[in-house]
Design a protein around this ligand. Structure first.
Ligand code: NDP
Length: 234
């Protein structure tokens, strides 16, 4: 059955791999992008998730083309790494506003249709750093840890409506986000990963698609690591 799927930040990186995985399985996939040319093969809607009006407009466009969103993948996210002493309040609040409050905005709007349909699947993209911590990433880690409490609260609040909320916590993945790291930093990270390498975006996408599938019908409030073993026990 073809479902209406929305992947925020589906224009590149992990989000694009997720969008492709759903499209390959026959779903109707919408993606958000902020600028430039979005990739072909999806319903691309312009949307900055820090802006409630743009979120509302994006949902209206998607609903007109694909119907209410049945599967939401809240993937859009940013980093602004900085040591605490040098981290400005803006560095902190802007990361929270995208990663955590932005996710709140898109989830809240999706929930309207899901409540009406009495079913829905929501997957939030967190990070191993959310529970493991990362020096220079206090803002990012706080936002990603926040997603866990957010998802688990909603899993309890809306479980009786047959809406599941799960979190995927990737480790280090080969995307633009990690391209900024130096070779030295990269080597240091890989040394700590039991599988000894970065993930490819498709390896994250496979887990996301599973959580949105019928096979995951009894899974909610879970945090699934896709991190090569980096965060074991966290
Ligand atoms: P990229 O930097 O490659 O892509 C980030 C995506 O988020 C882009 O599509 C970007 O859109 C979108 N985005 C950022 N800010 C906003 C905003 N305000 N409104 C709408 N869209 C926005 O990152 P990745 O693909 O690597 O990361 C995807 C997710 O996975 C993020 O949440 C990230 O934190 C998480 N993650 C990544 C890991 C990694 O190692 N790469 C590890 C663990 C988690 P645009 O193109 O317009 O900028």
């Amino acid at each position: 059955m073809s479902r209406s799927v929305l992947v925020t930040g589906g224009n590149r990186g992990i989000g694009l791999a997720i969008a492709r995985a759903f499209a390959d399985a026959g779903d109707k996939v919408a993606i958000t992008y902020r600028s430039g040319e979005p990739p072909e093969g999806f319903l691309a809607v312009k949307c900055d998730i820090t802006d409630t009006e743009q979120v509302e407009q994006a949902y209206k466009e998607i609903e007109a083309e694909h119907g209410p969103v049945e599967v939401l993948i809240a993937n859009a996210g940013v980093t602004k790494d900085q040591l605490l002493m040098r981290m400005s309040e803006e560095d902190f609040t802007s990361v929270l506003d995208t990663n955590l409050t932005g996710t709140f905005r898109v989830v809240k709007r999706a929930n309207r249709g899901m409540l009406r349909a009495r079913k829905g699947r929501v997957v939030l993209i967190s990070s191993v750093v959310g529970l493991y911590g990362g020096p220079g990433q206090a803002n990012y880690a706080a936002s990603k840890a926040g997603l866990v409490g957010f998802a688990r609260s909603l899993a309890r609040e809306l479980g009786s409506r047959n809406i599941t909320f799960n979190v995927v916590a990737p480790g280090f993945v080969d995307t633009d986000m990690t391209k900024v790291l130096s070779d030295e930093q990269r080597e240091g990270i890989v040394k700590q990963v039991p599988l000894g390498r970065y993930a490819q975006p498709e390896e994250v996408a496979a887990t996301v698609r599973f959580l949105a599938s019928d096979d995951a019908s009894y899974i909610t409030g879970a945090v699934i690591p896709v991190d090569g073993g980096l965060g074991m026990g966290h």
